[in-house]
Design a protein around this ligand. Structure first.
Ligand code: FE
Ligand code: FE
Ligand code: MG
Length: 170
């Protein structure tokens, strides 16, 4: 652990580690939700959406790596047991029991909005105090914002497709 790195921080480090462990749990659940969702999904635009969901999964895993590394730097212990993930996470894990692409996208969208809220809070908590965690939170949030936008765009396009089909009906 970086003693000087912790010593300079004028904030509640314990509270920050707790927030980061919650975020870490959320990232792993988001990773698996995207990963399994990409595999079971069916419906329109599958060939375009499936690889992008897998890319998002990889990006969530990368977020988990960044958050875990920062927890260790702060002298904390990253959550050690997956059975803690759903307890620590504030974002629901929605099992993709209905594999229809629109349902899966809406589940993922909910997760992204939860993640955006999380990193907004971490960024606010560390702003002007813990520049390292702040910068990490902002960087991760930028990717969560891209994820949200990707999903919103697909849902918009799917609605357009549906409207066009309805217009074709006599
Ligand atoms: Fe993430
Ligand atoms: Fe995301
Ligand atoms: Mg994307």
């Amino acid at each position: 652990m970086g003693e000087k790195g912790i010593d300079i921080l004028k904030l509640d480090v314990k509270k920050l580690i707790k927030m980061l462990n919650e975020a870490l749990s959320e990232e792993w659940l988001a990773y698996y939700q995207y990963w399994i969702g990409a595999r079971v999904m069916e419906g329109p635009m599958r060939s375009e959406i499936e690889p992008e969901l897998l890319l998002h999964a990889t990006q969530e895993l990368n977020h988990a790596e960044l958050v875990a590394a920062r927890i260790i730097q702060l002298g904390g212990t990253p959550v050690l047991n997956p059975n803690q993930w759903t307890k620590l996470s504030r974002c629901d894990y929605d099992a993709p029991t209905d594999p229809y692409v629109e349902v899966i996208l809406k589940q993922n969208l909910k997760g992204e909005r939860c993640a955006i809220q999380r990193y907004q809070e971490i960024a606010e908590f560390t702003k002007g105090i813990d520049f390292t965690t702040h910068q990490m939170a902002v960087n991760i949030m930028n990717e969560e914002l891209e994820h949200e936008q990707d999903i919103e765009d697909w849902l918009t396009d799917m609605n357009r497709l549906k409207e066009d089909f309805l217009k074709l009906r006599p």
